[in-house]
Design a protein. Structure first.
Length: 93
């Protein structure tokens, strides 16, 4: 079975120097059938930096990509979430 790799761009409400607390909150809400593949940061403007998180979802679970984006937006301190990139991989889950 293949998997879906999704990169989300998470915008904090303000300027953050340490993303570790936000990463911990994201890890807590991660669906059981998925896994974090990596983290990144992207400068936006005027010192604001967005957190990038790449998640691997099994391809046979429908709706999980959009549902997870909604849950990310509910985290305290998050102003906006964008699904940045979606791609399918044939690598075994």
């Amino acid at each position: 079975m293949g998997a879906i790799l999704v990169t989300y761009k998470v915008f904090p409400e303000g300027i953050l120097k340490d993303f570790e607390p936000l990463k911990a909150e994201i890890t807590k809400i991660l669906p059981e059938s998925s896994k974090i593949e990596g983290w990144g940061e992207e400068p936006v403007a005027f010192g604001l930096v967005a957190l990038l998180v790449q998640i691997r979802f099994p391809e046979d679970v429908t709706g999980v990509v959009d549902e997870f984006e909604v849950e990310l937006g509910k985290i305290k301190g998050v102003s906006q979430v964008q699904t940045f990139q979606i791609r399918r991989t044939s690598r075994d889950y």
